[in-house]
Design a protein around this ligand. Structure first.
Ligand code: ZN
Length: 345
């Protein structure tokens, strides 16, 4: 048990369940009224079997973890559900998630509510992770938080005063698609437009830039590994950068620079207390020299281009909750809904 975990007996009621759907796994957790984790678990997503099948398995798993933790189902006030988009959050509909191709246009919120017998709050996965960081990751210190997730793509969650900014059409925090380059040769984004942040800072984009550089004959210790049959990844880039490879280091610095440019637009739009960097790509995070260098480059670029008060005051740091942020955050959003509907907020 870690510092942030608590036993069912010590947990502050009511308790909230968080369910965070990813392409490979569905993560579950029971979280108490203070955001402490009582139990966590996961099951394979198996999205190819369709969403009705997954809803039955999610409801069964919720009963199982409650029993495992010794929490009576009646103590669980509400369930939070997070999925990747596209989605219509207000309608509780999952629309066309690119990494769950068999899950299309389905009233996921209400069907899960029927299956569990609990009210369900529906959220975008990045918004939920942002709320997790805001509530128990950074929440003790900051009144508003933007979480940027660097992974296959670039996602974001924007939390201002207990509210996830989802927007009128559930596209409110698409920070991966902030325009950072309008030049003729701006790089192509996965969304079909050019010059977006994601086309410069995602793992996919970084690997593409590295592959192009090697093909153009640039010297790098990555070349021998790729020639030996290894797949080029951001982890390989980080390992070779750590050993002093100039190209790997240069590519990571470039990604950090572009990210810093993107963060300036976010800060000038939202003016949040903090912008925190999460996701799988963190170059070792705060515990590694490369991670600290990466963060330093992001901060330097941000400082150079933002208004003085924002350059001075905006906290830019690594996120704290890692892969737990999603289910904790969606449980937290369920808590907000429950408190509003029960008049305790
Ligand atoms: Zn885009």
């Amino acid at each position: 048990m870690t510092d942030s975990q608590i036993t069912a007996a010590d947990a502050k009621r009511p308790i909230y369940a968080g369910i965070d759907v990813g392409g490979t796994n569905i993560k579950f957790g029971l979280v108490d009224d203070n955001g402490k984790v009582i139990i966590e678990d996961k099951i394979p997503t198996e999205s190819e079997n369709g969403l009705p099948d997954a809803i039955i398995r999610m409801a069964a798993q919720l009963v199982k973890i409650a029993a495992d933790a010794g929490v009576p189902m009646d103590d669980i006030a509400a369930v939070g559900l997070a999925t990747p988009g596209t989605m219509d959050i207000a309608a509780g509909m999952i629309l066309e998630p690119y990494n769950l191709p068999a899950w299309r246009n389905f009233p996921i919120r209400d069907e899960l509510s029927k299956a569990t017998g609990k009210p369900v709050t529906y959220a975008n996965d990045a918004g939920a992770a942002g709320f997790g960081e805001y509530w128990v990751g950074c929440g003790a210190e900051f009144g508003s938080t933007v979480l940027i997730t660097l992974g296959t793509g670039v996602g974001a969650g924007i939390i201002v005063g207990d509210m996830s900014i989802d927007g009128e059409h559930s596209h409110g925090a698409e920070c991966g698609h902030i325009i950072i380059d309008i030049g003729e040769d701006a790089r192509a984004c996965t969304c079909g437009q050019n010059g977006h942040l994601e086309a410069y800072c995602s793992a996919t984009a970084m690997v593409k830039r590295a592959t192009e550089s090697l093909a153009a004959g640039q010297e790098s210790s990555m070349k021998a590994r790729v020639d030996g049959g290894e797949e080029l990844t951001t982890l390989m880039m980080a390992e070779e950068a750590d050993k002093g490879d100039k190209l790997a280091l240069q590519l990571i610095e470039e990604a950090a620079t572009y990210l810093g440019i993107g963060l300036v637009t976010i800060a000038h739009t939202i003016d949040p207390s903090a912008i925190v960097l999460g996701g799988a790509v963190n170059f070792g995070g705060p515990d590694s020299e490369l991670g600290r260098k990466f963060l330093g480059w992001v901060r330097a670029e941000f400082k150079k281009r933002s208004m003085p008060i924002l350059a001075e005051k905006t906290v830019i740091d690594f996120a704290r909750l890692g892969g737990d942020a999603g289910y904790i955050g969606t449980a937290g959003l369920a808590r907000i809904s429950h408190r509003k509907s029960s008049g305790s907020a």
